[in-house]
Design a protein around this ligand. Structure first.
Ligand code: FES
Length: 93
């Protein structure tokens, strides 16, 4: 029996990548969508009660009446093309 170990390593690594606990999607002209396993805390470290939600949207336009959560007020009042880019290298001392 001939086992293709590189194939299994790729499979395992792919599975590790897909096991990220939190995914944040920057939406065009709107919110940040959080999915997965996360906790949102206030400045004192007190968690917001999410009632078991595994998906929430955070306001990044500043117009929500329910901050930090998005309430849809961004519609027509906030523009941003959410296209990914690479940050410059991290500065070291
Ligand atoms: S991003 Fe939706 S209300 Fe601000």
């Amino acid at each position: 029996m001939n086992i293709d170990f590189p194939y299994f390593w790729r499979l395992i690594n792919k599975q590790k990548l897909s096991m990220a606990t939190t995914k944040i999607t920057v939406n065009n002209n709107g919110s940040l969508k959080l999915e997965g396993d996360f906790e949102i805390v206030d400045r004192n470290g007190v968690p917001y009660g999410l009632a078991g939600r595994e998906i929430v949207s955070l306001c990044r336009c500043g117009n929500s009446q329910n901050k930090p959560f998005c309430d849809g007020s961004h519609k027509g009042h906030f523009e941003h093309d959410a296209t990914a880019f690479d940050l410059p290298p991290k500065k070291t001392v």
